[in-house]
Design a protein. Sequence first.
Length: 76
Amino acid sequence: MTVEKQGSMFGINGILGMLIATVLLLSILGFLTFMAIKVQNANATNYYDPAPIVSNLDNVKKISKENAKFAFQDAK
């Protein structure tokens, strides 16, 4: 008859492991939430302006290198 050793309740696979995983997941959630709020605040004051694209499309040709000036431009 063999006796198997039981693991400790406070080992890395027990309560301590669960707490480490919970803290890690909550810290990742907090970081991603902080970054999302930061991006939202930056774009709330620097919103997209479609005027450079929609303003004049009369001279756009099917195949032309000059079409780059009608492409999307970064917000200022």
